[in-house]
Design a protein around this ligand. Sequence first.
Ligand code: HEC
Length: 148
Amino acid sequence: MGYFSKFLGISAALLMLSATVVGAEEKDPLKARVPADQMADAKAMKNPIASSPESIAKGKALFEGKGTCFNCHGKDGNGQGEAGKVLNPSPRDFTNCKFHKKRKDGELFWVIKNGSAGTGMISLTPAIITEEEAWMIINYERTFCKAE
Ligand code: HEC
């Protein structure tokens, strides 16, 4: 085996290693997930739970508990939860303020209810959390954006 092919072998091994360590990436977080024919209805949905310190606290407890969201999205909301690390595409990074600006509450709700096709984000309402609980978690998820 020549020096060059040995070098190629080592490079390939390193590439595979870095892919394992760094993990997958998010699929474009600014691209809509709701299908076009349901978008108007999704955007028109209003969050029935006002964003208050109380509903945010309830949303946090659900995010970190019953809702199981933290497993994938991480306690810090950055998409680096233990179960999320092996997913491709990666879970949404909720610290991304551009993402929040782009999405209406109703679009987030639609994904919690219907899942995001072809990803680890499966339908969680009503199986895991009620609709009311989903809205409270949305209020909490919004708080991960600190800047802007
Ligand atoms: C098994 C892992 C997993 C769990 C548990 C999970 N998610 Fe996700 N979530 C994902 C992945 C992966 C994506 C990225 C999907 C994509 O790129 O389309 C995502 C994306 C999202 C999005 C972004 C949708 C959009 O419009 O781009 C929202 C909102 C969301 N999750 C909310 C939740 C909530 C709320 C919970 C808990 C009730 C939760 N997720 C639990 C894996 C998970």
